[in-house]
Design a protein around this ligand. Sequence first.
Ligand SMILES: *Cc1c(COP(=O)(O)O)cnc(C)c1O
Length: 375
Amino acid sequence: MTTHDIPATDPVAHLVRRRPDAPVFFFRPDRLAETARRFRAEFPGQVTYAVKANPAPEILETLASAGIAAFDVASPEEMARVRAAAPGAVLHYNNPVRSGDEIAAGRARGVASWSVDRASELDKLSALAPGTEVSVRLRLPVAGAVYDFGAKFGADPDVAAELLRQVAARGLTPSMTFHPGTQCTDGAAWARYIHAAADVAARACVPLARLNVGGGFPSHRDADAPDLARIFDAIGSAARTAFDAPPTLLCEPGRAMVAEAVTLCLRVKATGAEAITLNDGVYGALGEWRDLPPAARIRVVSPDGAARRGDPVRRVVFGPTCDSLDRLPDALPLPGDVAEGDYVLIPGMGAYGAALVTGFNGYGARDVVTLGAAE
Ligand SMILES: *Cc1c(COP(=O)(O)O)cnc(C)c1O
């Protein structure tokens, strides 16, 4: 990854000056720090960051200096990245399935908290990581998320109650966790889970040390920014109603924390009446597009920095590789006067953009330009 620094905060100034032919991630550390501060000020509990959304060193370092002190990791590689960027940070290993070697790697790096969704994983942990916090991961059928995370991980309420009893019986610190999905726009998704978690804890007769309400907070994809404060209120009030003595709450946002900090800039390689070819695609930074298209707020500028303002025309969009699957699923409305050499600026691409780049066929966005920092 190449990082250049340029003082201006406007990506177009950089484009006009440098005319990059390869894709560029424009990173705004000030925006990331601002989002972290907002989560810390408004979420009714502790705020951690789900590293998988974007594990780049500059992201982890910015979050650590904005006061994010704990990170949700899912692999030894993610632990190493956090330790390199923020040596004193607290690690939560919330991938519920781990090999014995991965547990040992977590122990060696001082993991403070783990999650489980089945008895066999609890057996491994109580042997290999005695005395730590173990969160039982609950799942419910969920409406309103783009993906259903319960399809892979989580214990149904009866199993969760039994696991929670076992966690307490084995002298581990009992907590619970869930993950409602991703890009959930309705606080009700969390409230249902919070009530169900309180019910599981009551049935198990085990008071929870902490309740981790996962990630899933929405990023800005439509014309209007999502209302995070309303979701935070729904979470806080559900916890107060569901528990007599609410446990400490914890969240682990990925997408909503980092998305707005990065604008992806792609270049138009060729145009035709019906199709357009860009310099990155679904094997690169647009890997999530099939499930979650970033529809609104795209702008196109000429190499001189002039905004293209033609009436929108829907065109098929191909990526740069020689694979015929390398196209966006739906035609994309772009200004009718878009031309070869133009730049397409896509805001809100900080989450699951860089993290999903494959490098297939030698393509895939790599370059990061940090905006607002000294040269
Ligand atoms: C992916 C993931 C997150 C982050 O999800 P976002 O939708 O990006 O906020 C948080 N917790 C767990 C357990 C996850 O798997």
